[in-house]
Ligand binder design. Structure first.
Ligand SMILES: NC(=O)c1ccc[n+]([C@@H]2O[C@H](COP(=O)([O-])OP(=O)(O)OC[C@H]3O[C@@H](n4cnc5c(N)ncnc54)[C@H](OP(=O)(O)O)[C@@H]3O)[C@@H](O)[C@H]2O)c1
Length: 210
């Protein structure tokens, strides 16, 4: 996503726990790197301080975890569940709260968040995946509320499923490359209207069931 925004001429503030070699390679005067573990609220506060007064057009929430690899009923543990919720559900909401003044000052006023179809309750026909499914369903509920609360301020809240993507999380059998998914996500964000705010949208633009 950072590469796409940079290529389109945007000023990018890229957050990372540990910058990848590629992110470091593309960093320049218009793509700055900012340390942020989204599970650490004090780091969020520090980021918000360092960006204080800067208008932001789009907050793009990408960070996510699948959660513990052993996640079947009978093997669940509180820490695994809570760590997954902290990153997938709590962090995007707190980050939006921390950077709200920047979004108010921006022109496009957009919060775009990667959720997952696996968080759809209506689409869940196969069960399992408790931490991940619950964390993304919770995220969807929170973002829907946020879309309603921020509508009077003209801030759009986009709830986006990126498709099944060949990343570390998606694995080698995903149907989309990172490039394909990122290009489509970039187009969704660029063309989003207020009527798209608070909808749960698939990568092809269709509406997903909650
Ligand atoms: N791939 C898919 O098919 C798919 C499908 C549906 C939804 N999604 C969603 O798309 C988003 C991106 O997933 P992905 O496939 O790219 O997963 P990934 O390959 O596992 O990458 C996850 C990214 O999130 C970052 N991250 C995790 N915990 C973090 C934390 N506490 N603080 C800061 N960054 C953190 C990771 O940083 P590090 O490099 O430091 O670990 C990594 O850059 C996630 O929200 C995921 O749920 C993916």
């Amino acid at each position: 996503m950072a590469r796409h925004y940079r290529a389109a001429g945007w000023r990018v503030y890229a957050c990372h726990r540990q910058a990848s070699a590629e992110l470091e390679r593309i960093a320049d005067d218009n793509l700055s790197l900012h340390a942020l573990d989204v599970a650490e609220p004090e780091q969020m506060a520090r980021l918000a301080d360092s960006l204080s007064g800067l208008p932001l057009d789009v907050l793009f929430n990408n960070a996510g975890v699948y959660g513990p690899s052993v996640d079947g009923f009978g093997s669940l543990d509180a820490e695994g569940l809570l760590d997954t919720l902290r990153v997938n559900t709590v962090a995007p909401l707190l980050l939006a709260q921390a950077l709200l003044p920047n979004l108010h000052a921006g022109a496009l006023k957009t919060i775009a968040t990667l959720t997952s179809r696996m968080g759809s309750i209506g689409d869940n026909g196969s069960g399992g995946h408790y931490p991940y499914r619950a964390s993304k369903a919770g995220l969807n509920a929170a973002l829907r509320s946020l879309s309603i609360d921020l509508r009077p301020h003209d801030i759009k809240v986009l709830i986006l499923h990126p498709g099944w993507v060949r990343t570390d999380m998606g694995g080698a059998h995903g149907t989309l490359s990172v490039e394909q998914s990122a290009a489509q996500l970039f187009r969704h964000v660029a063309s989003a209207q207020m009527r798209d705010s608070g909808r749960f949208i698939d990568i092809d633009g269709s509406k997903l069931p909650w």
